[in-house]
Design a protein around this ligand. Sequence first.
Ligand code: GCB
Length: 598
Amino acid sequence: MLYPIMSESRTVTDFSGIWDFKLGNENYESGISFKDSDSIAVPASYNDQKDTPEYRNHYGWVYYHRTFYVSEKFTNDRIVLRFDAVTHSAKIILNGKEIASHKGGFLPFEVEITDIIDFDCEQDLIVAVDNKINHSTLPVGNENTTPFFGSDNPGIPSVELGKAYKKKCNAPNFDFFNFAGINRPVRLCTTPREYIKDIAVTSSVNDNSAKIKFKIELSSENNNDKNVKITILDEDKNEVAFSNGASAIITIENPNLWNPYPERPYLYTAKVEYENDIYYEPFGIRTVEVKDTQFLINGKPFYFKGAGKHEDSPFSGRGLNLCLDVKDINLMHIIGANSFRTSHYPYAEEMYRLCDREGIVVIDETPAVGIGGGENPYKTFNIHNHHKDVITDLISRDKNHPCVVMWSLGNEPETQRYPNDAYDYWHELYNLAHSLDPQNRPVTFVCCQNDYTKDIVTRTMDVVCINRYYGWYNLSGDLNAACYAFNIELDFWQEQNKPVLLTEYGADAVAGIHRNVAQMFSEEYQWEYYEKINEVLDKRNFVIGEHPWNFADFDTIDGCMRVGGNKKGLFTRERNPKSAVRYFKNRWNSIPNFYYKK
Ligand code: GCB
């Protein structure tokens, strides 16, 4: 799906602003009246916009409302409403009629309204949003095991079912707050009726020459693709190459490659013209490949320095926060980080466009987090088809970004208790991702700390991605024992002859807690933890990178393991540095992007 842009033939109207808002109930209701409604900011999560438990801990549907006009000037155009992310599922009601619904809270969808609007008349738009998570959604929630006074809770005497305390609420099977609502922009977009539907760009480089392959999808298949023109512009807007046709291979001699910062992340632009439509797609020329135990970008072994992140900020929750995105990328430049993972869901498109410009490498993750616990999830959860849809939409959305170098199919699923079921589930997705990606990037998923000898999925991915908390959740407080155990595990991975990326490791540190002898939750412990574990990593050539968990503190559900959220950030939620930042700044600024390990 193309990102919404303005061009000579296209317009975009942003619906960001203050909308009418009403909290609903567990079940969807039609005919909601917006008399006496609340005010709500869009885009943003609704949870922290009004400080009441009803907002913060809402369960079920909410309703957003606004009106708009479409000028008669657009009579001959195609008109769509584009929703970048409505979390977690949505119904769109235009002028009293439900015109679309969508499942999944982190990827865009479009609704064509060309034939159903009246020009120059007030249009009435309701977006109904459901935040319920369960065993058929991604991320996964345990809707039916909400606070329960009974046999489910060890330590509380069992009572008859009739007397059990049952209040329905979301029980996330993941460690981040279930922020919901219209989290990303809503836009009204116009294009000509015959339009450019999609563009796929791939590149290969040989000596000093790059071959760029284009596949342009047009609005109607019967159309004459000879009417397609592709012009490649360099960063100074000079035309450097040109071709006709919807499938084209264009050669660029002495190309400027897209390389991670501090090298130049050079971006070309493809100007695609078809009939009366014009679209501008930025792209980079770079290659990605896994070879033996190395991860090659432009043929050179790359070392990942960076962190797992979240889209999370005070007040906006998971809502688009462009200022924070820019700040985070600048902080990454300062501390010498070159990459991050979009844990645990696809981020806003603006972030990927920013990373393309800024030369930050991205591991792009689906929202498949929480597939585990209880019964065999591969037999009891109803998510495989939805997971396939999500992968399809993710790759369709992000396939041209040079910053994206690998797909992560999900985070920390069950792989050890039902290894064969897990294998079948994940390998179908692995093959799907490879078949869908025109650039055929490496595919992985991220495994949790488990008995790695029983897990047969992790070792069969292109890159072994492991989250490890030796010295925190295991061997808590004893960093020497942690290193000893981790070394034993790394001996195992060495045998697998695959590149290994430490996608998470970390220790909570409450900013301001200091101890002369490093103790858990102090800034000193967090620093020492990283120092010691990194010494272990540095001895292993097949370890291709380190992503501390997390870049910054973030909000979570209440729980006895969380004090005002997860405090494993290198930075606080407000982006003030903890002591470990100084350590990483020194370390990462002295580790080059390429050829760190022989
Ligand atoms: C993990 C999860 C991450 C959590 C983290 C933690 O393994 O992948 O979502 O936040 O551990 O801090 O417990």
